[in-house]
Design a protein around this ligand. Sequence first.
Ligand SMILES: [Zn+2]
Length: 171
Amino acid sequence: MDLIPSFAVDHTNLQPGIYVSRTDEANGATLTTYDIRMTAPNQEPAIQVAAMHTIEHVVATYLRNHEEWKERIIYWGPMGCMTGSYLIVKGGYPCEVIRDLMLEAFAYLRDYNDEVPGTTPSTCGNYLMHDLPMAKYEASRYIQRLSTAFCCEYPKAERPTDLHGKTFFDA
Ligand SMILES: [Zn+2]
C-alpha cells in the first residue's frame, strides 16, 4: 500500500540532493525509497557507467557492513539514467538523517584505495567494468554538494502516460 502516493518529478530543474521517492508498507514494515541524486539531470554530465558500477560495489559494501544501519538496508543500486542511486531502507527517516549516512558512505569511497570489492568473474556480472578513480572523484563532488547546497524537496509534475494510456513510471 502506498503511504505517500508516488508522484511524477519534474527533471528539468532538479538539483543534486537526497529525496524521498516513495514509501511502501510490506507486512507491517515501512520501506522508504530515497533518490540519492548525484548530478543535475539533463544539465550536468551523468555519471560514467564504469564509475557508477564501482560506486554500487563500494557503497553497498559499506552500507551492508555498517553496524548501525546494516539491518535496515534493503537495497542500494544505480538509477538507469545514471544521475544517482536508489536506497531503500526499512523505516522512515528525514532526508537529513540519510544525508549523514551518505556523507559517511561517500567519504569511505573518496578515501578508498584498495581493490574494489567483488571484482572477480564469480562475484560480478561485468567485473572488468570498474573505474575507481572516477568513482572517487564523483564521491568528492557529491560530498561537496551535500555539504553546501542540500536539496530534499522534489519539484512535482503531472505523471505522463504513453501512447496507449499507460501511466509512466521509471522505478
Ligand atoms: Zn558488479
